[in-house]
Design a protein around this ligand. Structure first.
Ligand SMILES: Cc1cc2nc3c(=O)[nH]c(=O)nc-3n(C[C@H](O)[C@H](O)[C@H](O)COP(=O)(O)OP(=O)(O)OC[C@H]3O[C@@H](n4cnc5c(N)ncnc54)[C@H](O)[C@@H]3O)c2cc1C
Length: 403
């Protein structure tokens, strides 16, 4: 008998899994169920779509023909509402039940909506999918938007809308933008670059309520009484793994669905991958690890034993003209020191955090061309003592063998 494989969620993890199974010529008879009314697209490219640099068709990675050619049965615009582990079925909102021999949960993450009066008003959105992107694209020039959250997602939303002539204010609760990636000096350069595009940035700003009129959000009110009028309010305050289905089915969960190194949940018939999982105490929010989960899950489904291991990842801000590269650990702890290059006139900033003669943190702003070189040294644990004097200038300034 050919096994029935059901995948819940048609996002980036599921897309990579399907590719790996197809490449291996697997015999699984696959059913893909996605709540979004479409198959996989490159979600990270929604920001270039918002900024008008790409169109949606250009970021589709798996179209109907792709699924057809590989015999994948698709249910798009269909939400799974329950998993019956004893009967090995999933139930769709329509009531249809679909049987499985193996199930993969790839439900991604949910935007965090900070509890606040008015958060349920019309005109309050998250930034997660094509529909959210289209809402922002639909704002006309001269309209006003407020973005809550000065992280990567919030800034990409803000820059995209600003490039369309929307008057945008970013409200960030911490003292500097991108505080998980940047130190205050680099964040200051970024803030000035964003302000030069007409984006207003308020840091150390605590939100109080969203004021509405006839059910529509009209203004964000801060704790100090500042009122920020808006036509659209975008919440970009973080994400949390989407585990509701798994929890209801009695799978072991902590912050995410707990999986082992083969991506198996506490039920051997059910695997989980992507932003919905937790492995070794960690949850995930970038696409590189999510793809690794998918490849390991494919091996498990193919009867190969591969073990997942967490790798270093780097982050970039996808705002044209604001080049930023960040990776590693920036916590200020004893035994660590920094090498910094700060050239505000050339809008160039580099900071390396060093521990035990190894790079453990990297921030580059302005000129990020050497990011991969530093990142590889960090990943490989390269000893930097012989390069220390010129390290910060990058590979072009190193003896040939080191560069
Ligand atoms: C605007 C934006 C920009 C980003 N930029 C970057 C970047 O530059 N670099 C980077 O590394 N990462 C970036 N990310 C993060 C990256 O997109 C995610 O890490 C990745 O998409 C996670 O893949 P996933 O498959 O786990 O979840 P998703 O891609 O979110 O897919 C989950 C899918 O499951 C579906 N689903 C959920 N519940 C159900 C259900 N009950 N039934 C059926 N279907 C369900 C959802 O509708 C969704 O389609 C960005 C994210 C966004 C939103």
């Amino acid at each position: 008998m050919v096994g029935r494989l059901v995948i819940i969620g048609g996002g980036m993890a599921a897309g990579r899994l399907l590719e790996a199974l197809a490449d291996a010529g697997s015999d699984w008879k696959v059913t893909l169920i996605n709540a979004e009314p479409r198959g996989t697209y490159n979600r990270i490219m929604l920001s270039p779509v918002l900024a008008g640099e790409k169109s949606y068709p250009e970021i589709v990675t798996h179209d109907d023909a792709w699924y057809r050619a590989r015999g994948v049965a698709c249910h798009f615009g269909a939400r799974v509402t329950g998993i019956d582990r004893a009967a090995q079925t999933v139930t769709l909102a329509s009531g249809t039940a679909i049987g499985y021999d193996r199930l993969v949960i790839a439900t991604g993450a949910m935007p965090l909506i900070p509890p606040m009066p008015g958060a349920d008003l019309e005109g309050v959105i998250a930034y997660r999918d094509l529909e959210d992107t289209e809402r922002m694209m639909g704002l006309g020039a001269g309209t006003r938007a407020v973005v809550i959250g000065g992280g990567l997602l919030g800034l990409e939303a803000a820059a995209g809308m600003a490039s369309r002539g929307v008057s945008v204010t970013v409200v960030h609760r911490n003292s500097h933008l991108l505080d998980r990636q940047l130190d205050p000096a680099a964040a200051g350069l970024l803030q000035r670059d964003l302000e030069a595009r007409g984006i207003r940035v308020l840091t150390s700003a605590m939100t109080q309520e969203i004021r509405g009129e006839a059910g529509q959000a009209r203004a964000l009110v801060l704790e100090d009484g500042t009122e920020l009028p808006c036509d659209l309010l975008v919440m970009a305050a973080g994400i949390r793994p989407n585990i509701a289905l798994a929890e209801a089915a009695g799978l072991e969960c902590a912050r995410g669905i707990l999986v082992d190194a083969q991506m198996r949940s506490s039920d051997p018939a059910i695997l989980a991958i992507g932003e919905c999982i937790e492995f070794d105490g960690q949850t995930f929010g970038l696409v590189a690890p999510v793809f690794d989960h998918a490849l390991v899950a494919a091996d498990t489904l193919l009867g190969r034993r591969t073990a997942y291991a967490i790798k270093e990842v780097s982050a970039k801000l996808k705002v044209t003209g604001c080049d930023l590269f960040s990776a590693g650990d920036f916590a200020d702890l004893p035994g660590r020191h920094e090498i910094v290059l700060n050239d505000p006139l050339r809008r160039r900033y580099r900071r390396l955090v060093i521990e035990n003669d190894r790079i453990i943190g990297i921030v580059l702003y302005g000129d990020t061309a050497d990011g991969t070189w530093f990142f590889n040294m960090m990943r490989d644990g390269t000893e930097i003592a012989p390069l220390r004097d010129t390290l910060i200038f990058g590979p072009a300034y190193q003896p040939e063998q080191a560069a």
